[in-house]
Structures are given as structure tokens and as C-alpha cells.
Ligand binder design. Structure first.
Ligand SMILES: Cc1cc2nc3c(=O)[nH]c(=O)nc-3n(C[C@H](O)[C@H](O)[C@H](O)COP(=O)(O)OP(=O)(O)OC[C@H]3O[C@@H](n4cnc5c(N)ncnc54)[C@H](O)[C@@H]3O)c2cc1C
Length: 470
């Protein structure tokens, strides 16, 4: 961007009477089925495609999400180059950058796809206040926008199934589709940061669509395999949905509902919409429990135990496997997210907000609405229909969902030599079996940092006290 007193960039020189629109990309990093992009390229003669690298978000993201973002932005830029333009990347606070660039370009309209988080909503309101009626806000990040899926009483359901029943029958609000023939501005602005070890060929819309089509080969088994972390049974599209390299409506349409596996998958997209709607309606969710009585829980918050959880060194193999998958890849299987979350909150009595922040830092797909909604579900303080006394037994979960121990062997290799019957609870294995597998408890692999039966009684007592049930 030019500074005050500088000559404006040559790309901001306008043809007389031509319409110039700006599209501010945020978490919709695609050109296909993107209502903001479709509307702008159809309405304007020239379009500037803008991404603002906001340090308040970028600096807090862990390495996996930073790399994924840059890779997706490179992919978007490559698509724009094919059309003769560039992605313009500017750095700074969008509430200043977007109005300043709008003025500099003398843009007639500014388009974006709305977001639901307590960071995005006031940010967008500030930009709207600065730009007034130049703003065209679209949806494009969820299948149904907040406010569209309501109970008969006109409220957002706090339980998933009634929400889903209405969601499934709700007509989609029409949104702009296709792409117009506007000229795309070719100023790349300040450009993207260079990141070490960014993966190649994973970013952008084409790569995302390839992942979707790859998954279609397995989708009909989804209900049988989605809970098995050792199996490639889920789509791993959460990062694409988070960055918007795929449109959720397009994913739902491509998948369809012709088999139970496909219907089960689309139901998960309804969970995604639901958590987005919940956060939009409850902007205090990041810090306050939806069920406020749960904020009276006396957390132990033991720093060493929290560290052991983060490091994958709790002595609970299924928990350690999950936490190491997260540390090494920035992704974790959903079933294991539930197990490690429950272990942190219920077995260690660490405040769910601490786990949420650690996940948010490391996850490629970290998304405030999904992460907070799921953490509150795990802690039982949100929208979970189950009673507070449901406490996952990590060993039972391990035996049920990783029956052969393959997932544990992959992520906790120091236990790989143990027989399947011993791998879930190595602390109960006979000393000779441990020795044969090269496992020395307390040395090569930790003892359990807490006894689950004891921890279960403890958390029930603490929750009961908070809820006034003791
Ligand atoms: C403690 C915890 C934290 C989580 N944090 C996040 C997060 O920050 N971002 C995120 O996208 N998901 C989060 N999830 C939900 C879920 O674990 C991931 O969406 C899923 O593991 C992604 O893998 P997938 O794409 O292979 O899922 P699939 O099984 O293929 O599901 C398809 C899509 O449906 C949506 N979906 C699936 N499960 C859920 C769910 N439980 N809640 C909401 N949407 C769902 C996702 O968009 C997912 O990509 C969290 C779950 C837990 C238990």
C-alpha cells in the first residue's frame, strides 16, 4: 500500500466510469462457489482480491496452521495468476488496512463472506462503520447462516438432534455462484511471508478438491470406520473447511445422501454449522460455560500434569498417542480428541479453557467455534445432552476403538513391541513381557500420572460440589 504523500500504485489508476470492487478473502480461500467472489466479478469491471495478514491472528497460530495458511494463499494466488491477476496481500490490522486500501483504490464496493467469531464480528462491524454502504456481506463459510435454523419457538436449539432435524429440512438461502469476467488487478501488495518447511502441493482449491474426491472412494464405509483412529476412515477435510478451500455447500452436494455413510458424513457438517451458530449467538463462549453453574468447578490446574498431557507423557498410551499426533502433524482424530479432552478435564481436573487454547495453537483446523463448542461438550458444561457424571474411561475407549493397538504403536513407538493385550495398560503387564518389549516403566515410558478410578471419584465430587449436588 502506498503511504501518505506517495504516488498511488499504477494498478489503482481507473478507467473512467469503470466499477472497481474489492474482495476481502478471510476464511474462504477459493474461487469456486464463493459468493463474495462471484458477486464482485459479476458486478464489477475490475476486482482486487485482497488478503490481510492480521498479526493478531497469524502470530498466535502454531506452525502447522501458519504453513497451511501460506500454502492455501499461494494456491489462491496461482488461480488468480491463471486469470491474469494476483492476490494482493497486505499486513496489519484489517480495520485500518481495508478502509485505507478501499480509499486508495477508490473502490466502489467491498465484498466479504461473513464469519461468526467474537473476533470477526466486531472487526467486520468496524470496517462496515468505516465504509458504510460500500460493503456487501455474503455468507459462504457455513451451509446455513446463523438465524436460519430455529426451533418452532424461534430459538436456536441447545441440543444437536432437534437442530439437525430442522437443519436437514431448511432450504438453502440462494447465494451468488459462478464467476464473472471482471479484470483482476495484478498488484501483489506486500506479499506473503516466507515460511520454512511449508509443504508443497497441498494448498489451494485444486488440492482440496482432490482430497475430497479421494475420500469419496471410502465414504460409504464412513459409519463403520469414523471412530477408528488407526484407519483412514474420516475425510481429513477439516483444514479445508476451516480455510474455505472447499465450500461446505459444495462438499455436501458432491457427497449427497444416497447411502448411510454419506448421510452420516453430511450430519457432521451440520455439527459444524451448529457450533458456528452457537458461538455467533453466545460470543462469551470462549471464556464462559454455556451452563454457567459449571464455572464454579474448582479446577486443580496442576502445571506438571498439564505439561505431561501436552507432551504426550501421561502413561495412558491412547492419550499420549493422540497428543503426539497433534504435536507432530497439527491434526488429531476426532475420537481421540474426545478421549484426550476428557482425560485433561475429568481425570486431571485441568480447566477446559487451557486445553482449548493448546488445541487452538496447534491444530491446522483450529476454528474458534468448533474448538470451543467441542471443548465445552467434552467438559459437559456446554450443549452436551449427557449428564455431568459421564466420564470416559481411557482404557475402555482404547480397547474399543484401537483394538489392535495400531494407532498406539504408530505414535508411541517405545510401546510397539508389546502384545496387543498389554499395550493399552502397560503398567499392568507382567515384568517379563515388559522386558521382552524393551519397556522400562518410569524410564522408557511413564507410569500413569493418575489412577483413573481415583480420578473418576474425584471429578464427580468436584462437579457435584460445583453444581450444589453434594
Ligand atoms: C476437543 C475437540 C476439539 C475440536 N476442535 C476442532 C477444531 O478446532 N476445528 C474443527 O474443525 N473441528 C474440531 N473438532 C471436531 C472434529 O474433531 C474435527 O472436525 C474432525 O476430527 C476433523 O476430521 P475430519 O475432517 O476427518 O472429520 P470427518 O469425520 O471427515 O467430518 C467431516 C467434517 O465434519 C465436521 N465435523 C466432524 N466432527 C465434528 C465435530 N465433532 N464438531 C464439529 N464439526 C465436526 C468437520 O468440519 C469435518 O471436517 C474438535 C473435536 C473435539 C472433541
Amino acid at each position: 500500500m502506498s503511504q501518505p504523500g506517495e504516488e498511488p500504485s499504477p494498478y489503482s489508476q481507473r478507467m473512467p466510469c469503470s466499477l472497481h470492487h474489492l474482495v476481502w478473502f478471510r476464511r474462504d480461500l477459493r474461487l469456486g462457489d464463493n459468493p463474495a467472489w462471484a458477486a464482485a466479478t459479476q458486478q464489477a469491471d475490475e476486482v482486487t482480491a485482497l488478503f490481510v495478514l492480521d498479526p493478531a491472528l497469524f502470530d498466535r497460530a502454531g506452525p502447522f496452521r501458519q504453513q497451511a495458511l501460506v500454502a492455501h494463499l499461494e494456491g489462491l494466488d496461482a488461480q488468480l495468476r491463471e486469470r491474469g491477476g494476483r492476490l494482493r496481500v497486505e499486513h496489519g490490522d484489517p480495520t485500518r488496512v481495508v478502509p485505507a486500501l478501499t480509499n486508495e483504490l477508490d473502490a466502489d464496493e467491498v465484498h466479504w463472506n461473513a464469519d461468526t467469531t467474537p473476533y470477526a464480528v466486531p472487526r467486520d462491524a468496524n470496517v462496515t462503520a468505516a465504509l458504510g454502504d460500500k460493503v456487501q456481506e455474503h455468507w459462504g463459510t457455513v451451509i446455513h447462516e446463523p438465524g436460519r435454523v430455529l426451533t418452532g419457538k424461534g430459538t436456536l436449539s441447545k441440543v444437536f438432534t432437534p437442530f439437525y432435524n430442522v437443519w436437514n429440512k431448511t432450504e438453502m438461502t440462494p447465494w451468488a455462484t459462478g464467476e464473472g469476467d471482471a479484470i483482476i488487478a495484478a498488484d501483489s501488495g506486500a506479499g506473503l511471508p516466507r515460511l520454512v518447511a511449508a509443504q508443497e502441493n497441498v494448498g489451494g482449491e485444486d488440492a482440496a478438491r482432490n482430497r475430497l474426491h479421494h475420500f469419496l472412494g471410502r465414504i460409504d464405509d464412513y459409519l463403520d470406520t469414523r471412530d477408528l483412529p488407526a484407519v483412514d476412515g474420516t475425510s481429513q477435510l477439516s483444514g479445508d473447511l476451516r480455510f474455505g478451500t472447499l465450500s461446505p455447500r459444495e462438499v455436501a452436494a458432491v457427497v449427497g445422501e444416497t447411502t448411510s455413510g454419506r448421510r452420516g458424513f453430511v450430519r457432521q457438517l451440520a455439527w459444524r454449522d451448529w457450533y458456528a451458530h452457537l458461538l455467533f449467538q453466545n460470543p462469551t463462549m470462549p471464556s464462559a460455560a454455556i451452563k454457567p453453574e459449571y464455572d464454579a468447578v474448582s479446577w486443580r490446574d496442576d502445571a506438571d500434569e498439564f505439561q505431561a498431557w501436552k507432551d504426550g507423557a501421561t502413561g495412558y498410551p491412547i492419550v499420549d498417542a493422540g497428543m503426539r499426533q497433534l504435536l507432530h502433524t497439527g491434526w488429531m482424530h476426532n475420537r481421540v480428541r474426545m478421549i484426550v479432552g476428557s482425560f485433561l478435564v475429568k481425570d486431571l481436573l485441568v480447566d477446559w479453557r487451557k486445553g482449548e487454547r493448546w488445541f487452538r495453537h496447534l491444530l491446522i483446523d483450529a476454528d474458534m467455534s468448533q474448538n470451543i463448542g467441542n471443548w465445552q461438550w467434552v467438559a459437559g458444561c456446554g450443549t452436551d445432552a449427557a449428564p455431568y457424571f459421564r466420564v470416559f474411561n481411557p482404557w475402555t475407549q482404547s480397547r474399543k476403538f484401537d483394538a489392535n493397538g495400531d494407532y498406539i504403536r504408530r505414535w508411541v513407538p517405545e510401546l510397539a513391541g508389546l502384545a496387543t493385550k498389554a499395550i493399552h495398560q502397560p503398567h499392568l503387564a507382567p515384568p517379563l513381557d515388559l522386558a521382552a518389549a524393551g519397556v522400562v516403566l518410569g524410564d522408557t515410558y511413564p507410569h500413569p500420572i493418575v489412577d483413573h478410578a481415583f480420578a473418576r471419584h474425584r471429578v464427580l465430587a468436584v462437579y457435584q460440589a460445583a453444581l450444589g449436588k453434594s
